[in-house]
Design a protein around this ligand. Structure first.
Ligand code: ATP
Length: 199
């Protein structure tokens, strides 16, 4: 799997539609302070399913929409599209190319798409979970995160290692199954009570 391109439109400082093609050999993005380098990384983090506005240096999610400048009015919509080369089918999806898109409107409504098909945020999170691109993975390390990892509690550090090792998804599924099992037990007890009453 390889990152092919990123399209940013109306997200943070990117008022105009901007496309970045990640050619082989491209290893860095440089630019003056405040030119939007971190906003590019945040656009990637956001389209891959980030759910915390705080992690994107905002108060609430619509804050990611271009807020206007001295020359330009604020926009009402932000959109980011990310495309991966998936010839090796590393992402669990049949197509050789995978495009994930996320849109947000000022009123807080959002759209999520995988290869042009409307999906839920959860589907995007699941697609990238345990691929090394998941929300808790090491693929994006923001300023200050290194220190935070060093200072994290053993339990938190374990969660990071589990994501990298690919077991996080199974742990989540196990938790869900355990919850369903507990609910079923409850139902069975209720049925047994009713049977007792009818005897
Ligand atoms: P540095 O090298 O200092 O870390 P940088 O290149 O990483 O800078 P960013 O932090 O990505 O720069 O961009 C900061 C700029 O983005 C600021 O000028 C800020 O005003 C602008 N910005 C952030 N959010 C929005 C928004 N919602 N609308 C318009 N501009 C925004």
């Amino acid at each position: 799997m390889k990152l092919k391109s990123l399209v940013i439109n109306g997200f943070k400082s990117f008022a105009d539609k901007t496309e970045i093609n990640f050619q082989p050999g491209m290893t860095a993005i440089v630019g003056p302070n405040g030119s939007g380098k971190s906003n590019i990384i945040e656009a990637i983090r956001w389209v891959l399913g980030e759910q915390s506005a705080k992690n994107l240096r905002g108060g609430k999610m619509p804050d990611v929409i271009f807020a206007g400048s001295s020359e330009r009015a604020a926009l009402n919509r932000a959109e980011v599209l990310i495309t991966f080369d998936n010839h090796d089918h590393y992402l669990n999806i049949k197509s050789d190319e995978v495009t994930v898109a996320r849109k947000i409107y000022r009123d807080g409504n959002s759209d999520f798409l995988i290869n042009g098909q409307q999906v839920r945020l959860k589907d995007i999170v699941n697609l990238f979970m345990d691929t090394g691109l998941g929300r808790e993975s090491f693929s994006i390390i923001s300023q200050g995160r290194v220190e935070a990892i060093f200072n994290s509690k053993p339990q938190e550090r374990r969660a990071i290692i589990e994501e990298v090792a690919g077991v996080f998804k199974y742990k989540k599924e196990k938790q869900k199954a355990e919850l369903e099992l507990a609910e079923t037990k409850d139902h069975l007890e209720r049925v047994a009570d009713i049977v007792d009453e009818l005897k």
